[in-house]
Write a new protein. Structure first.
Length: 361
């Protein structure tokens, strides 16, 4: 029997991290798809660019190969070659309010079937933040730009005009638009609303809205209220309550109602720059035992879905939110595809919707 000499203790084996090989991490290429489909890379490329030029049975094989391999076309390279991105840069203040979401959704219903995708950015009612978004989005070379609002920093305007990209502004009205605009005057809409409730017998209105620098539509509506008051009751005091310190919620409407009642105990109607605040005030008034409209009239702006669902239904300015999006997107599409040139301005018709919150018996 032989006895083996003792072995020296070896160093403990340390786990080593395997570095993935290039082959294991590389992306699937056009050549891989071609090999799977049994066709040339040129045929795959043609099928992706101009599918009508490739026989149907060949397209089906290529589609199956793409699905099996997980291939994603390099759109950046294709865009460089074609000078088209098929992207529309879209900047909105927020989508927490349904009216902006409805406008953007309507725009997408026009643009998506034509092969365009929206890139969405949120300015949060901040002009400087919008400027940064414009810089970043235009840097991605979109084929068009869709904006909610028509007041921007000088730098934003300069970038957009210098880009040579079609631009359409919505939800406002300007005498000097960047390019195209589809909208209405928020100022004039409130003038018409105040005049309408004055004709119904309301003489002591109070208006609540935000003076946040970036919320230009609210500021225009406040100005419209003041214009109407100066015309209907010259020399009257400014009956306004600032909502800038409050979020845009139903609860804020309740808080504003309290402020308005304390500041102006003689009020007979409370008017708000948006339906969200107005509906919050309506619910709070009912909790207080106030009869609407017998004790207190209430109006809003925007005609949100909740405004007709509540009882009593809310008097408001009804804006064709979907029509805004459709018309703006159609115009943008025409310009992106070279079917229209020059500037165009389209006014959409808002409506003063007199409902139960101002219909006194």
């Amino acid at each position: 029997m032989s006895i083996e000499a003792p072995q020296e203790a070896s160093e403990p084996v340390r786990a080593t991290r395997r570095t993935p090989s290039r082959a294991s991490t590389r992306s699937v290429t056009l050549a891989d798809v071609a090999a799977l489909a049994g066709v040339s890379a040129q045929t795959v490329s043609r099928a992706l660019r101009n599918p009508e030029e490739v026989a149907e049975h060949t397209r089906e094989r290529i589609d199956a190969a793409i699905h099996r391999s997980g291939y994603v076309p390099n759109l950046a390279a294709r865009n460089l070659a074609s000078n088209r991105s098929r992207l529309v840069a879209t900047v909105v203040p927020s989508i927490s309010t349904s009216v902006f979401a409805e406008t953007v959704t309507a725009a997408n219903e026009v643009l998506a079937p034509a092969g365009y995708q929206l890139i969405l950015g949120f300015s949060d009612y901040n002009d400087d933040q919008e400027e940064q978004l414009v810089r970043q989005l235009v840097g991605r070379r979109p084929d068009g730009v869709f904006l909610i609002g028509n007041v921007h920093t000088d730098a934003s305007v300069h970038m957009l005009r210098s880009s040579g990209v079609p631009v359409v502004e919505t939800w406002g009205w300007s005498e000097s638009p960047i390019d195209d605009q589809v909208g209405f005057s928020n100022h004039d809409a409130v003038v018409d609303l105040v005049t309408a409730v004055h004709d119904l017998g309301y003489r002591n209105p109070v208006f609540a809205g935000s003076l946040i620098p970036g919320d230009h539509r609210s500021r225009e509506r406040i100005a419209g209220f003041r214009t109407a008051r100066s015309t209907l009751t010259p020399g009257s005091v400014d009956r306004f309550v600032d909502s800038s310190d409050l979020p845009l919620t139903l609860e804020s409407g309740a808080l504003l109602l309290d402020r308005m009642l304390r500041a102006f105990p003689d009020l007979d109607i409370v008017m708000f720059s948006t339906d969200i605040l107005a509906n919050g005030a309506l619910l709070a008034a009912q909790r207080r035992g106030l009869r609407v409209p017998e004790d207190l009239g209430i109006t809003g702006f925007g005609d949100f879905e909740l405004s007709t669902a509540l009882s009593p239904s809310l008097t408001t300015v009804s804006v064709p939110t979907a029509e805004l999006g459709h018309i703006a997107a159609e115009r943008l599409l025409e310009k992106m595809e070279g079917r229209a040139r020059g500037q165009a301005a389209t006014r959409v018709a808002y409506k003063i919707a007199i409902r139960e919150t101002t219909r006194r018996q």
